[in-house]
Design a protein around this ligand. Sequence first.
Ligand code: NAP
Length: 465
Amino acid sequence: MSTQPGTASNPLRVAIIGSGPSAFYAADHYQKQPGLVVQIDMFDRLPTPFGLVRGGVAPDHAKIKSVTKVYDKIAQHPNFRFFGNVEFGRDLNMADVRKYYHQMVFAVGAQTDKAMGIPGEDLAGSHAATEFVAWYNGHPDYRELQFDLTQERAVVVGVGNVAMDVARILASSYNELVKTDIADYALEALKESKVREILVLARRGPAQAAFTNPEIKELGEMEEADIAVKTDEADLDALSREALQAHPDSTVENNVRILQEYAKRPKQGRKKTIFMRFLVSPVELTGQDRVQTVKIVKNVLHQGSDGSLRPKATDRFETFDAGLVFRSIGYKGVPLPDVPFDEKNGVIPNKQGRVYDPKSEQLVTGVYAAGWIKRGPSGVIGTNKPDAQESVNLAMEDLKAGKVLCSSVSARETVDALLRERKVRFVTYQDWMRLDKLEVENGKKAGRPRVKFTRVEDMLKALGL
Ligand code: NAP
């Protein structure tokens, strides 16, 4: 084809791998390019779209989830197609994409977690918070996991917003959870939970906590749980005070103020307690067949080479019993077949979204990344909008310069035919809307906002696929 793609007779064909926020914001930005005729095919290995909005955002944060209404609108564009239940690397590979599309965007997020690297971390009862989150959100790959909720004390390592979510879900009452779209099996398991103490461990001080104000406030407003902070740990050390004076930050100031209020708050006698601990790091988990004890070391802060305040272990240790440990110290991306990968940072190597091969340092024509697989696991949902726009703007520059994949097949229907030939039972956006309706209807019957399908087979069966 001689004309540059992007016209009615030769539309720009784009494959987006993944269907979370950054995938939808990338699709949206393509659709908004003036004069560009673009056909977008979005692939997800699950039959359901929305990535972490469905599988990561806490069930009691319904307002955050309502962002999917924006994604629904993007999906209504006549040239948009969703292919759920299609796994990149298995059902569709890099060679296929090169053949069928002019550009592709990886928006696959970060699917695994970072390890603490301490002895005993692999004992039964020690889990990645990301797995617990995926479990209670009904992610089909995680629904069979077992968490021993007969334990009385659970430890959450890390103080980001994921740690806040995990602590809050563990501390929630049945009454609080039943109002949410938490997976039905998780609701039942948590109803019987014997967890009474939740220890949240921060390796640095209150001024360095990664959580944001609404999340730390929520922990102080639980129906069945008190919150406790040690007065000496809520107080700022001299270095943190100086740093905050030099660089005032209202989020940090509010976090510190809220924690200091918690330190003064008398116990209300609720049946559970969330203990927030600061300047402590786990150094070892021990137990016969499963985690029984956690050893922590007290830290002090010192100025790191980059000017930030870093934790330094002292020789003061504490050991306490705990039967459940959730490490919540960050997500990490995983490599995809035939796609460059930066192991150290867990991302696809890229320059502002343009993917490059780290060996040759050459850009890979027509291939882009957006979201967590581009920049790492940081920021809120909205952060992915400018992030995806940056990648698509560069894709547009490349298109103008004629740098696109050498797609040799121009009919869009050939992708469907290929998947059918491979016996892939793919799910369209219309199918997803039917599933969505069924979930809401099932929710109504149970007096809940939604009851999720949590098995791929059940989803396909409900759709008659
Ligand atoms: P995060 O915000 O990066 O927090 C990671 C936490 O782990 C930090 O407290 C960090 O402490 C700690 N940590 C890292 N390595 C550690 C180690 N070896 N030992 C002990 N602690 C360690 O990550 P996240 O909680 O996974 O969240 C990911 C992103 O999603 C964040 O941007 C978050 O805001 C966002 N998110 C938002 C919401 C919401 O809006 N409600 C909900 C969930 C997630 P240091 O600071 O000392 O490194």
